[in-house]
Design a protein around this ligand. Structure first.
Ligand SMILES: NC(=O)c1ccc[n+]([C@@H]2O[C@H](COP(=O)([O-])OP(=O)(O)OC[C@H]3O[C@@H](n4cnc5c(N)ncnc54)[C@H](OP(=O)(O)O)[C@@H]3O)[C@@H](O)[C@H]2O)c1
Length: 283
């Protein structure tokens, strides 16, 4: 398949590009410099010229805390920018895959969220990503919306690398233990997306690595070979500009049925990523 990827310079964009290339798709990856989704004319020109069979929209405004102080920019990129991509897909009558987030939920649930549960974002970032979802649903019949959570992987700012670096530098690790979710590696998510796009079963999906944890337990798992102590703290003791959902576990069942395989457990994916990191370190 000829697949155009937006945000191809980002953490997920890069992982997706190499995964789809390995599966012998023709990948046209556009980093922000080559395709700014807020520029309607550029979007139309690039997408209509390339004539892909599918667009994967992985480009986004992802600074969750900063979004609270620059909501207009966050909406411009995540809402209007996503709408532009959807318009171009509609013009070509091709499907679009939009990567969304667990932050579209309010975190008050006591069981994993289903794709059809009511949304209720509590941060600007979550609201702007939901605006993107709405644009996709309103403009297209053939789409996948894949909500994922707590992403980490090569080539990007992420929790795993930050905690690992802090532990290496001998810094004190104090991590919140009262927010629950599912860490997800961009490498496993890319494989999942690669499986999903072959199905042509349009709809809203939840796609995370398997299992549930909190940030404190996640941090302990990251540094388990380093014998570094991690201290649990409460969210209220670490105020941040954006409120995070207390519980944003996503139920992957419909995706599992659609791609006909289980999700990789989060500890397994993390261990694979940490081994990769170790191999790359200079001796
Ligand atoms: N990270 C997470 O924990 C997480 C969780 C759930 C869902 N997601 C979603 O997963 C997707 C990928 O996120 P990620 O973690 O890979 O984030 P990322 O590394 O920040 O990648 C996003 C990419 O989008 C680019 N971008 C920003 N504005 C753009 C614009 N106007 N036009 C085109 N591209 C633009 C960024 O470029 P610059 O770097 O130059 O700004 C960046 O390369 C996003 O849709 C995000 O909302 C992420």
């Amino acid at each position: 398949m000829k697949v155009l990827i937006t945000g191809a310079g980002g953490m997920l964009g890069r992982a997706l590009s190499s995964c789809l290339e390995t599966r012998e798709h023709e990948v046209k990856g556009f980093p922000r410099e080559a395709l700014d989704v807020t520029n309607f004319h550029q979007v139309m020109e690039v997408v209509l010229n390339e004539k892909p069979e599918l667009v994967i929209h992985a480009g986004a405004y992802t600074k969750v805390d900063q979004a609270e102080s620059e909501p207009d920019l966050a909406y411009l990129i995540n809402g209007y920018g996503t709408e532009n991509i959807a318009v171009a897909c509609s013009r070509l009558d091709i499907p679009m895959l939009y990567v969304s987030t667990d932050y579209v939920f309010d975190g008050e649930s006591t069981r994993p969220y289903h794709p059809w549960d009511s949304t209720g974002p509590i941060s600007v970032y979550g609201k702007t990503k939901l605006a993107g979802e709405r644009a996709v649903r309103n403009l297209l019949n053939k789409f996948y919306i894949v909500r994922t959570s707590w992403l980490y992987g090569p080539n990007g700012r992420n929790f795993v690398d930050t905690i690992h670096q802090m532990a290496t530098d001998g810094k004190v690790l104090r991590v919140v233990s009262d927010q629950f979710g599912s860490p997800t590696c961009t490498l496993t998510l890319s494989e999942t997306i690669a499986d999903l796009i072959m199905t042509k079963r349009w709809g809203v999906y939840h796609g995370t690595d398997g299992g549930v944890t909190n940030w404190y337990e996640f941090a302990k798992e990251i540094v388990q070979d380093m014998r570094v102590p991690v201290q649990p703290i409460a969210t209220k003791d670490m105020p941040r500009p954006a409120t995070r959902p207390k519980y944003s576990v996503l139920d992957n069942t419909s995706l599992i049925h659609t791609i006909e395989r289980e999700m990789v457990p989060w500890k397994e994916a993390l261990s694979m990523y940490l081994s990769m990191k170790k191999e790359k370190q200079p001796v």
